[in-house]
Design a protein around this ligand. Structure first.
Ligand code: ACM
Ligand code: ZN
Length: 765
């Protein structure tokens, strides 16, 4: 799917700003501070920033804060504002610290009147957040990285008192499934700071790759960080210790604490491939090139595994000043431990009941190491199983139960339940969005998350530290797709974390986001814009068809029917569209800033019913099968195959998830007939490589990730038999093995609610 490219829309925006009289764009109207502050009192008049405006910071501690403000103002306004040595009464921005303004060290007060701006933070952090709010009172173009000349840099008079509701305002990022370059991580940190987020949870080790340089164990870089993809290409990436220090320092300037995650005892195949002695079986292993959970884990019986982890921790704690250290702890299969003599001996020697208690033993040993370094251990909610380590902080991801249980027993908790906080989920219809892991969590769903569960005893509520968005990157193949999934949902969570419950209002948030999107444009962030949803991209009709579009939140939609690209002047979609002729419909969404989303192209085609074939078939509930051994990635490779084995397929698929090593070693072509139950237009859906009907290539997933096919298509068919051809290649593209899909094809009468699987009884040859 083509993603929106930001450069062109950025220039469009500059043109809107640069041409014509100085009219305030709609997105700059009102106060758009996000997350919404605790208290805002509007005043009279405005402050105007001039090239002569002076900046003053009351203490050396604020030098980073004032310099950050100065450099942002210089970038967009071109003013090189003087920094004054003393408090200035007029034409000035003064920043100071006064711990007595609040018990909450992150609080600030911001006062703007006609000739003076004052920011008072309860601490350096508070002052920094005051600066972020001040920047958000300026026109959105203040966030520009380039000078914009003809804007009045006005700030409305206002008195703000503000502080965060929660301490932990986080974003997690998995850089193992897909590597995120340092520059892209810095972009996230920039945006996190704009929205007053303060925890970057960096998921650094996985089955699919180890990503942090450990000097004592060089094979982690040389071997553990690299995987061979199913198409034979090498994928890898590592952060050197110098790069890590650079990121930690960059985050610290933005008041963001970087929390490292080193996964144990599971999700460790990167390390096990480099050093197989760490496992129960001694391998050999390969860094995993498909998603899911690896059964090989760190051995809980061998001392050498603990020595390795202690050495790793010794190096990692030196790099991260954070008081927290995340040890993973999730999804650790026990099947190796059950058979391992070392692990079984450990269970016996330590008087443990089972492998769950062995996991708990493992985590408690790691806790001791971390405590000796003065670190607080944090882990996913599985660390509750078999007995929770005394000092552990729990990150609740499999719902809220783990978090409730931990908080009830006096443990601190970060709430990240999947239904609201997993930003790898779809945020719109899977038929039109780029392939994702699954789930469905719209911006409104995320915004609606309440981190304090009703069931929790009010005396334990202080143990809820806050929430964070989790960004697992299996289906985020590029840094741009990471941004697409993260924004704007993470900003919804920023507001959940910062703002009072009473002040939260989705309609107000969405309106403020019109302004924030312009700021994201200035940061070249590839954020999600809701797409027009509903019809698939090839709509067939016999007489006429009416197409209705929806979107995940109210947004302007425009379209053309003359094959031209939609523009801001195109017809606005206000009601379902009717078609009687062949048409190419191009349709897209438009933000208040004028930025457009991805354009969908929908081919609308009039067809007569394809007549049924007058054929006699002799084999029922099956298709004719040609099968060949070999690894095939693209359908064209099948053209050279001469050694097909002929046979019969009953369409049954192997149970694939049981397979520990997914095979990618065969291809099949199935041919025969399908019995269509009644005349009509049918919509088909499949993750097969290709699906043909009556000789027409109806669905083509060649070269794509074979998951949640985006290529549904329709065809008009008369009741009776129609020829079909199914092409299945047992490949693994983008980490999803075709073997996990099997031979399934689904269909429905066009316009009806649910798809049904084509039953084998409908096939014959
Ligand atoms: C997780 O999503 N496995 C923590
Ligand atoms: Zn073992």
């Amino acid at each position: 799917m083509k993603l929106v490219y930001l450069k062109s829309s950025f220039f469009l925006l500059l043109m809107i700003v640069a041409c014509g009289p100085k009219k305030r764009p709609v997105y700059n109207e009102g106060i758009n501070i996000t997350p919404v502050p605790s208290q805002v009192i509007n005043g009279q008049g405005t402050f105007e920033l001039k090239s002569s405006t002076k900046l003053f910071a009351s203490s050396q501690e604020l030098s980073g804060v004032i310099n950050g403000l100065k450099s942002q103002l210089r970038a967009s306004t071109g003013y090189d504002l003087p920094i004054s040595a003393q408090f200035e009464k007029s034409n000035s921005i003064n920043i100071s610290i006064n711990p007595s303004i609040s018990d909450n060290y992150e609080a600030y007060e911001l006062t703007v009147n006609n000739n003076h701006i004052a920011i008072v933070g309860a601490s350096k952090e508070g002052a920094f957040y005051g600066v972020q709010s001040l920047l958000q009172l300026f026109p959105a173009e203040i966030a520009s990285k380039e000078v914009i000349n003809n804007i009045d840099w006005l700030v409305p008079s206002v008195e703000i008192k503000d502080e965060p509701r929660f301490k932990w305002r986080g974003m997690h990022l998995d850089v193992c499934r897909h590597y995120v370059p340092v520059e892209n991580i810095k972009k996230h940190l920039d945006v996190m700071a704009m929205y007053k987020m303060n925890k970057f949870h960096w998921h650094l080790t996985e089955d699919q790759g180890w990503r942090i340089e450990i000097k004592k164990y060089p094979l982690l870089t040389e071997v553990g960080s690299k995987r061979i993809e199913a198409d034979g290409t090498e994928y890898g990436g590592i952060y050197t210790q110098e790069q890590i220090k650079e990121i930690v320092a960059y985050a610290s300037e933005r008041m963001i604490d970087v929390v490292p995650e080193i996964e144990l005892p599971g999700h460790g195949l990167g390390a096990l491939t480099a050093y197989p002695y760490l496992s129960c079986t001694r391998g050999p292993f390969k860094v995993r090139n498909y998603w899911g959970v690896e059964p090989d884990v760190f051995c809980a019986g061998k001392e050498s595994a603990f020595i390795f982890l202690e050495d790793v921790i010794d190096e990692v704690v030196e790099l991260f000043p954070s008081p927290y250290f995340h040890i993973g702890g999730d999804e650790c299969p026990k099947i190796r431990w059950e058979k391992c003599p070392h692990c079984q001996k450990r269970i016996k020697d330590e008087g443990l009941k089972d492998e769950h208690e062995l996991q708990s033993y493992f985590i408690k040993r790691i806790e001791k190491i971390l405590l000796a370094h003065g670190k607080k251990m944090i882990g996913w909610d599985e660390i509750l199983e078999g007995g929770l380590a005394e000092s552990a902080v729990v990150m609740s991801w499999r719902g809220e139960e783990g978090g409730i249980e931990a908080a009830t027993h006096g443990h601190d908790v970060v709430m990240t339940p999947g239904d609201w906080c997993y930003l790898d989920h779809y945020q719109g219809d899977s038929n039109v969005e780029p392939v994702a892991i699954g789930g469905y969590t719209t911006l409104e769903d995320t915004y609606g998350y309440e981190p304090v569960p009703e069931e929790l005893d009010h005396k334990m509520v202080h143990h809820i530290l806050g929430t964070q968005g989790n960004v697992w990157t299996e289906y985020m193949y590029t840094p741009e797709i990471v941004e697409y999934r993260v924004y704007p949902r993470i900003i919804a969570l920023a507001e959940v974390n910062w703002s009072t419950k009473e002040n939260r209002d989705f309609e107000s948030f969405v309106k403020r986001m019109d302004n924030q999107f312009v700021r994201l444009d200035m940061n070249a962030i590839n954020y999600h814009i809701p797409l027009p949803e509903g019809p698939c991209n090839h709509v067939v009709f016999t007489d006429s068809v009416k197409l209705e579009f929806t979107s995940t939140r109210p947004i302007k939609i425009v379209y053309t029917t003359d094959n031209s690209e939609p523009t801001l002047a195109s017809e606005e979609y206000t009601e379902p569209l009717s078609f009687k002729e062949n048409t190419t419909l191009k349709i897209t969404s438009v933000l208040v800033s004028g930025k457009m989303g991805t354009v969908r192209t929908i081919n609308i085609e009039k067809q007569a019913l394809k007549p049924a074939l007058d054929v006699k078939t002799t084999t029922n509930n099956a298709l004719k099968q040609q099968r060949v051994d070999g690894t095939f990635v693209r359908v064209a490779q099948l053209e050279n195959v001469t050694n097909w084995e002929e046979g019969v397929s009953d369409l049954s698929s192997k149970p694939a998830y049981e397979d520990e090593s997914v095979k990618t070693t065969e291809a099949k072509i199935l041919t025969g007939y399908i019995e269509i139950p009644e005349d009509g237009v049918y919509e088909f859906n499949t993750n097969l490589d290709q699906f043909y009907i009556d000789g027409e290539l109806l669905i083509n997933n060649d070269g794509l990730v074979k998951r949640f096919s985006r290529n549904n298509s329709t065809i008009a068919l008369a009741k009776g038999k129609h020829a079909v051809k199914l092409i299945y290649m047992e490949n693994n593209l983008g980490g999803w093995p075709q073997a996990w899909n099997g031979l399934e094809v689904n269909y429905r009468l066009y316009g009806t609610e649910n798809f049904e699987k084509i039953a084998k009884e409908m096939y014959s040859f």
